[in-house]
Design a protein around this ligand. Structure first.
Ligand SMILES: *Cc1c(COP(=O)(O)O)cnc(C)c1O
Length: 242
């Protein structure tokens, strides 16, 4: 994380951010969504601090991270950029929940009762409630993460009871599909569930879907927050991880 990004790389990130924002705006128009209704979350996992700083300098404030230790390290290292909004979007082991509860503003990947309870218990009293989305499994057996749509109501009821969590909506990571139409078809049950849910609770305003590879389908399907990594920061190099 001490690696310095060359300034031309900073310029590239700025250019990419502008391009992705324009693409989002154009899709919002194309699919007759309300202006400004889709936020851009910059997914910075595996990227060095200098990449986040470049995005910040270009005006980006919401960042998404997948790995707990990396997320917490970045949170501390960039504490001077006090208006960054940190989103945790990766799998959560229960022994790591406290670190998340103490640092993050949002968690998109809640799919177990135990994790929800721990995050609420461990949220420091001097922080506002943790904004959370329930991760829904819309790809069936291809994915192990996420609650089934048939179990969604139970999870909603549970989280609504937890004092230090604020339920904001739903998140999904669909299995890759071959066409725009197939992507929309996979999103359709989630879109319907989100519409129903947001009718019942005015705090529910977030449908976290859409990545670098399926922005048009996600925005057509009602996304209010797209999570974009590669199209902003370039390809990820996992060789140092693993
Ligand atoms: C990595 C990741 C993203 C971003 O994916 P890209 O294809 O790089 O845009 C979005 N959401 C989640 C949950 C991720 O893990």
């Amino acid at each position: 994380m001490a690696i310095k990004v060359e300034s031309n790389e900073a310029l590239e990130i700025k250019t990419n951010l502008t391009r992705v924002s324009q693409q989002v705006d154009q899709l919002v128009q194309q699919y007759q969504r309300e202006t400004g209704s889709v936020r851009l979350l910059a997914v910075s996992k595996t990227k060095p601090l200098s990449a986040l700083e470049a995005a910040y300098a270009a005006g980006q404030r919401a960042f998404g991270e997948n790995y707990v230790q990396e997320a917490v390290d970045k949170f501390h290292a960039l504490a001077h950029l006090a208006d960054i909004e940190w989103h945790f979007i990766g799998p959560i082991q229960s022994n790591k929940s406290r670190l998340i509860a103490e640092t993050m503003h949002w968690v998109h990947s809640i799919d177990r009762e135990k994790i929800a309870r721990r995050l609420s218990e461990q949220r420091p009293k001097d922080l506002p409630p943790l904004n959370v989305c329930i991760q829904v499994n819309i790809s069936g057996e291809e994915s192990k993460a996420g609650v089934a749509l048939s179990e969604l109501n139970d999870m909603v009821a549970l989280i609504t009871e937890l004092p230090n969590l604020r339920l904001r909506g739903l998140m999904a990571i669909p299995a890759p599909q071959e066409s725009h139409e197939a992507q929309c078809l996979v999103y359709e049950p989630l879109r319907q569930a989100f519409v129903e849910l947001s009718k019942s609770d005015s705090m529910i305003d977030t449908l976290s879907i859409g990545m670098s590879g399926d922005l048009p389908a996600a925005i057509q399907s009602g996304s209010t927050m797209v999570r974009v990594g590669t199209a902003i920061f370039g390809e990820r190099d996992y060789s140092a991880k693993a």
